[in-house]
Design a protein around this ligand. Structure first.
Ligand code: NAG
Ligand code: NAG
Ligand code: NAG
Ligand code: NAG
Length: 458
């Protein structure tokens, strides 16, 4: 129908060009002919009507297409107890170590804090999802949170930093992907999970033989998982965790395929700066915007750039879930008098472990060493940092993560991802007078800003 209408219009346009041509040839003979004017008017009106009709038709068809696509990778509403049901707050929960005490246990996660909990991380071993016994027990404990909040979605997250070994041999052909998909189905069914989150860091990046096709193979995997979910008539959720730096994004993902097959993308918009031998400078873990002094590549290492980059590559805003860290990075300054951003650093800080520090540790450090600690707010990057002699720390506060949540709302993105619940203040050490609850203050700040203006307090 649409095509035939448009064809009529095209033929019509073509005739008019011919007619115009004839008219100019005959112009000198026609001085004034009212009939001709009326006819011309009628022709113009019909032409305009046809164009309008065709445009409407084209738009309707486009919408139809996106609708069918969205059935595949559906934008299902997800909801907490209150608030905007279309927004996502997807929170990573890491398996507690069996040896360390004071770890966050599943029963201590507030069931209404997040819309999605990604239990992390399972590995890929022999093309199958692999978990240790104690991890399976933890997974079952997390699923029990659904008794308190039936709307809460629990996903199993596969991969994670340094856990990418099994992916390459698994994606390489249809047969091995099939083994993996079977193990996904088994896990989802047998542990009554709501979906799977793939954290391959990163497809096509390690430079091994055959990695050139990995991006394509990864897209095929996503497609096959989605098709299997549809075939099973289950509304399982499929998400991925994706890189923030453009140099990785360019290599690892087919953005149009992500639009088609995943429910949303957890963008890891953190670790923009941390100490390495090659980057021996202080810098922000998760700056919202660049600082004016940053140029070229350095000006790309911030949330705003990453989000605009994904949007300009065509990733739908409804697929973008922006990562918000609860942990910070620590540095040791070369010279304690040179304590600004981008100052020379000689290594990780002494706080935390291997340069990573949890939010409650930051609070307790500030409380213990108030007089020697200087706290600065960077008005451009919208994050704080602190220094104390040679210790330098980039971290987040309820204020800085709230600004990230506001950015997410302003840009109409799908939501926020928290990495991780474990590094948030789950024991209530930070004691913010201004907040109703003293626990999970960073995640809560994101939740309250993102999901609702007047949330039921938790
Ligand atoms: C399926 O999960 C249950 C717990 O939900 C577990 O007891 C059982 O062993 C699992 N089945 C298999 C075949 O592993
Ligand atoms: C955010 O990114 C957009 C697009 O690149 C740019 O126009 C805008 O100026 C950026 N905002 C800031 C504060 O840097
Ligand atoms: C702060 O002091 C308390 C009590 O002495 C101690 O347990 C804690 O480890 C200290 N924290 C830091 C980061 O130094
Ligand atoms: C916010 O919620 C509280 C309690 O849930 C309610 O009493 C109050 O009227 C609400 N305010 C607005 C502006 O909706």
């Amino acid at each position: 129908m649409a095509t035939s209408l448009c064809k009529v219009e095209k033929d019509f346009k073509y005739r008019r060009i011919l007619e115009n041509h004839n008219n100019t040839v005959q112009d000198h003979k026609i001085y004034f002919n009212p009939l001709l004017h009326i006819v011309t008017l009628i022709i113009w009106v019909s032409a305009l009507t046809l164009i309008v009709l065709c445009t409407i038709f084209a738009i309707l068809r486009l919408q139809g297409n996106t609708e069918t696509k969205q059935i595949e990778s559906s934008t299902r509403p997800v909801s907490g107890k209150t608030g905007d049901p279309t927004k996502v707050l997807s929170c990573y929960y890491n398996f507690p170590s069996e040896i360390v005490s004071h770890e966050l246990m599943p029963a201590d996660i507030h069931p209404y804090l997040c819309t999605h909990i990604n239990v992390a991380f399972a590995r890929v071993v022999n093309k199958q999802i692999s978990l240790e016994k104690h991890e399976l027990t933890t997974l079952q404990e997390v699923v029990k949170l659904k008794h308190s909040n039936p709307d809460l979605k629990i996903l199993l997250s596969v991969g994670g930093a340094g856990n990418d070994n099994g992916f390459s041999e698994m994606v390489i052909n249809h047969a091995s992907r099939k083994i993996f998909i079977k193990s996904i189905k088994y896990m989802l069914r047998n542990y009554t999970l709501d979906g799977i989150d793939l954290d391959w860091e990163f497809p096509a990046l390690h430079g091994l033989q055959g990695s050139g096709r990995e991006r394509q193979h990864f897209s095929q995997l996503l497609r096959e998982i989605r098709m299997e979910f549809i075939r099973e008539k289950r509304d399982y959720i499929l998400t991925i965790a994706a890189a923030a730096p453009q140099i990785i994004v360019d290599v690892s993902y087919d953005i149009d395929q992500l639009n088609q097959y995943v429910d949303f993308v957890n963008v890891m918009t953190y670790d923009y700066h941390y100490y390495t031998k090659y980057t021996p400078f202080t810098g922000f873990n998760s700056p919202l915007y660049p600082r004016a002094s940053e140029q070229l590549y350095l000006a790309t290492l911030n949330i705003n750039y990453t989000v605009q980059m994904y949007l300009s590559k065509g990733l739908d805003p409804s697929k973008i879930v922006v990562g918000v860290p609860t942990y910070g990075h620590t540095f040791t300054l070369v010279n304690q008098n040179n304590h600004g951003v981008s100052s020379p650093a000689s290594g990780f800080g002494s706080l935390g472990a291997l340069g990573y520090i949890n939010y409650p540790q930051v609070c307790s450090f500030i409380a213990n060493f108030t007089s020697d600690t200087t706290i600065q707010q960077d008005s451009e990057a919208k994050v704080p940092y602190l220094y104390n002699y040679k210790e330098w720390v980039s971290y987040e506060t309820p204020q800085s993560v709230m600004e990230k949540a506001q950015f997410i709302k302003q840009n109409n993105l799908r939501g926020a991802m928290i990495y991780s619940l474990n590094a948030d203040d789950f024991e209530g050490i930070c004691k913010h007078e201004d907040s109703h609850s003293n626990k999970f203050t960073l995640s809560l700040s994101v939740r309250n800003t993102l999901m609702c203006s007047n949330c039921s307090k938790i």
